[in-house]
Every structure is written in C-alpha cells, then in structure tokens.
Design a protein around this ligand. Structure first.
Ligand SMILES: [Cu+2]
Length: 127
C-alpha cells in the first residue's frame, strides 16, 4: 500500500513539472542564449499599414519597438507572446519591450478588424 501511494505522488509531481515546462515554453525567448544586445525600431502607421512591416532582429537580441500612431484612428500593436501597446489615439506613441527574439514572430493591430485590413507585421529572427 505505501508503495502505491508513493507512485501516485510521484506521478502528480511529474504532471506539475510538465505543466510548468509548457508555460515557460510560450516565451519567444525559447532556449536561445541572449546576446545582451538590443535592436530598437520605430514603427509608424500609414493608412491601414505598419511601416516597416518587416523587422529583422539578430537571434538572441532583445527587441524594443517604439510604436507611433501616425494614423487617423485608434490603433495598437501587439505581438505573439503577449507584449503590446495600449490602444493609442492618433499622435500618441508608446515603447514596447517585446523581449529576446528566438524565432520569427507576428505583430498586428488588435483594434476592430484592422488585422484583416492589413495591419500586420513580421519579426524575422536572423542569424
Ligand atoms: Cu489599427
């Protein structure tokens, strides 16, 4: 009987460990050594597009985006992994700390249907 109880305990500890692993696996930083360097980019709005809409970042660099809403209506800029700006009024800007870039990553405007209208950008992790 004591043996059975111990194996149950072990199994639940294992399940907890796997759960934690899955959570940390969501980070864009996923197992890439940080370079300690930061890539800084300013993104603005032209019509319903982000400019630039491709951002190249050396693998392991941290990415910091200054998002300037130079459009006519409220926009934001959000990224896979959870980083993003607030909803910004025209003329406002915000600095977004995206984090260490380990792989390609999408960014988009989450306001209304703006993403479908073309407000998307790609972060490319380059060697
Ligand atoms: Cu928008």
């Amino acid at each position: 009987m004591p043996l059975t109880r111990r194996s149950l305990l072990t199994r639940s500890a294992l399940a907890t460990g796997i759960g934690l692993l899955a959570l940390t696996g969501c980070s864009p930083a996923a197992d890439v050594p940080a370079t300690g360097e930061t890539t800084e980019v300013t993104v603005h709005v032209e019509g319903m597009r982000f400019v630039p809409d491709v951002i190249e970042v050396p693998v392991g660099n941290a990415l910091v985006v200054t998002f300037e809403n130079t459009g006519d209506v409220v926009h934001d800029l959000v990224f896979d992994g959870g980083a993003g700006s607030d909803h910004l009024s025209p003329g406002d800007s915000q600095v977004i700390e995206v984090g260490v870039i380990g792989s390609d990553l999408d960014g988009w405007c989450s306001v209304s249907n703006h993403r479908a209208m073309g407000m998307e950008l790609s972060v490319k992790a380059v060697e």
